[in-house]
Design a protein around this ligand. Structure first.
Ligand code: SF4
Ligand code: SF4
Length: 400
């Protein structure tokens, strides 16, 4: 499963979307659906849930952040009970994700029950296991959308990212089988140093296929804190080049103390293969486990959810509030800040680099200022040993 910040999108641009409902920052609007969402968020009603059904997968992608545990994943009976509890709590939109959903033998049993309970279903799959019979059964679920990763425009690149063989051909077969059955497919590309050279080819391929398409930036460490894709993330210069090639209009945002960075904790959550309920895909602080407590009770009472609902605004983010380029920051993620340095209210290092890249694209020839996080890191890296007086030598903090 991917987790990312959008760069290119064939649909209307959104502020920040990691493929999860809560990542965007809009607080409603003229659209009746947006207004409904805004009301649900105000009331902290659980509109949307993403269930990571399994961590098993037939691929070995370099950016995968799944971290399987030694304990058993939810059984079929536990999964069916979870679905009942989500429906009873009022969840309307359900995303089934992995790992690879089709590697769960009981996937269609669980998905059929989810459909019968009336959820609007989104399915996230790597697409390589979609045969004709599987495509028939997926189409019969009548999903709102099936999300599939496009990780390269050539077989060699796709295989290098996915750690497998003939991946592109298998993914394209899956896409076409679904399209032939009238299923809406969305392709997502995580841009890495491994595939960024094929960026335009992937745009062209998606257009040729006639699918909705989005390119995103990689950002995540796994649940054990290992950053498998860290070395393959785009450099700031590569990000700037991607922005320069991208035609999506950009306006720096005005951010006040009460602006939320995202909608985490308000109307959506994630359930892990082991039944842990998390505020979102990146923020792996458990709110409770459905093996020990009903979902509805976790949603209403978990302290971490209350904390996020009440305090997740710029006024409580000391570094981001004073950041000289916070208007250029599109994807600050508390989960990534927490993974990077254990501070839920700190800055997100990938978002900092992305904001600098966006600044430099908007101001050709200028170097972006450092963010407070970067200035602090630079200070710590260059700080001289403490002299006998216990006072540090003065150092220029914001020397951009
Ligand atoms: S904390 Fe990160 S992943 Fe979670 S909703 Fe916010 S932006 Fe999205
Ligand atoms: S400090 Fe980094 S994460 Fe925070 S607003 Fe600035 S660029 Fe964004």
């Amino acid at each position: 499963m991917l987790s990312a910040i959008p760069l290119f999108s064939s649909s209307a641009p959104e502020p920040a979307d990691r493929g999860f409902d809560a990542c965007g920052a809009p607080d409603g609007g003229a659209d009746p659906f947006d207004s409904l969402l805004a009301r649900l968020r105000q009331e902290a009603a659980p509109f949307s849930a993403l269930w990571e059904m399994t961590h098993a997968c037939n691929l070995d992608c370099v950016m995968c952040y799944n971290a399987p545990l030694a304990e058993p994943e939810l059984s079929t009976a536990e999964g069916l009970e979870l679905l009942e509890q989500l429906a009873a709590a009022g969840v309307l939109r359900l995303t089934l994700s992995g790992g690879e959903i089709l590697s769960r033998r009981d996937f269609f049993t669980l998905a059929a029950r989810a459909r019968a309970l009336g959820f609007a279903l989104t399915l996230k799959t790597n697409g390589t296991l979609i045969t004709e019979p599987a495509a028939d059964r997926l189409a019969a679920l009548d999903p709102v959308q099936v999300d599939i990763s496009l990780l390269g425009a050539t077989e060699a690149t796709f295989d290098a990212v996915a750690g497998s063989r003939n991946t592109l051909a298998r993914v394209l077969r899956g896409v076409r089988l679904l399209q032939a059955r009238g299923v809406r497919v969305k392709l997502n590309t995580l841009l890495l140093s491994l595939n960024v050279a094929e960026r335009q080819q992937m745009v062209d391929l998606a257009q040729e296929l006639g699918v909705v398409y989005e390119q995103v930036l990689k950002v995540s460490a796994d649940d054990h804190g290992r950053d498998r894709a860290g070395q393959r993330q785009l450099s700031r210069q590569q990000m700037t080049a991607v922005y320069q090639a991208d035609q999506t209009p950009f306006q720096p945002a005005a951010r006040g103390a009460s602006s939320r960075t995202c909608q985490v904790g308000l109307s959506s959550c994630v359930i892990s293969p082991y039944g842990e309920v998390y505020p979102c895909i990146e923020l792996r602080i458990s709110a409770g486990n459905i093996r020990r407590q009903p979902f509805g009770e976790i949603w209403r009472t978990a302290p971490v959810l209350h904390e996020l609902r009440a305090r997740h605004t710029y006024g409580n983010l000391p570094e981001c509030q004073v950041c000289p380029i916070n208007g250029y920051c599109q994807g600050r993620c508390s989960g990534l800040a927490w993974k990077a340095h254990g501070d839920l209210y700190g800055a997100d290092p990938t978002a900092c680099r992305q904001a600098q890249a966006r600044y430099e694209q908007q101001h050709p020839g200028q170097t972006a200022p450092q963010t407070p996080l970067q200035a602090r890191a630079a200070y710590q890296a260059t700080a001289l040993p403490l002299p006998a007086t216990g006072r540090r030598q003065p150092i220029q903090l914001l020397a951009a």
